[in-house]
Design a protein around this ligand. Structure first.
Ligand code: SME
Length: 176
């Protein structure tokens, strides 16, 4: 399996997500440690999306994970990511991440400035997508991606990223 950190900028979103899914399957093969898998997943997602023409003028500026705190299931804590320093804790129900985690429903936010309670980690962010990670009916974390572009994400991104999150959930052990 070819693992790249870049795609042809003109790759259509549908085929891009097919390739990104294969790449995700390749990086987790033979590896069950969730930190390891989410670290590499944030790299392939971040660099993959940034290489697309759609994101070249106003790029993806953050991609990573928040994980339910082992000691407090009402709180997300910062996990592996690519991008600038981010806030370390988010209460369930707060911000886009806490909302996605609480509702167990992907949030596609066209304009973060119009989202009540949005938590601004990087002032360059204008849109955001957050996909909850649900294992056996319980939320274990979220995948969060920020973009400098307003309306950076669409339904195609939601479908593509939900499939990637599914692979990550199944491939890793979460009780470590
Ligand atoms: N914007 C998020 C906070 C996390 S940062 O974007 C990395 C939110 O509102 O939950």
């Amino acid at each position: 399996m070819h693992i790249s950190n870049g795609y042809d900028p003109l790759t259509p979103k549908g085929s891009f997500y097919n390739e990104l899914l294969e790449e995700t399957q390749a990086i987790v093969e033979g590896q069950k440690n969730w930190v390891t898998n989410l670290a590499n997943a944030s790299a392939v997602i971040y660099h993959g999306l940034r290489s697309l023409q759609h994101f070249q003028e106003k790029p993806i500026n953050w991609a990573g994970f928040y994980i339910i705190d082992k000691n407090d299931s009402n709180k997300l804590i910062l996990g592996p990511f690519q991008g600038k320093v981010a806030c370390t804790e988010i209460a369930l129900g707060k911000g886009v991440c806490g909302t996605a985690a609480q509702l167990m429903q992907t949030q596609v936010i066209k304009d973060v400035h119009a989202f009540p309670g949005h938590i601004a980690c990087d002032s360059a962010s204008n849109s955001e997508i957050v996909v909850p990670m649900v294992l056996d009916g319980h939320v274990i974390g979220v995948l969060d991606i920020d973009c400098e572009k307003v309306e950076g994400f669409s339904e195609e991104d939601r479908v593509g990223l939900e499939a990637i999150v599914e692979v990550l959930i199944k491939s890793s052990e979460w009780n470590q």
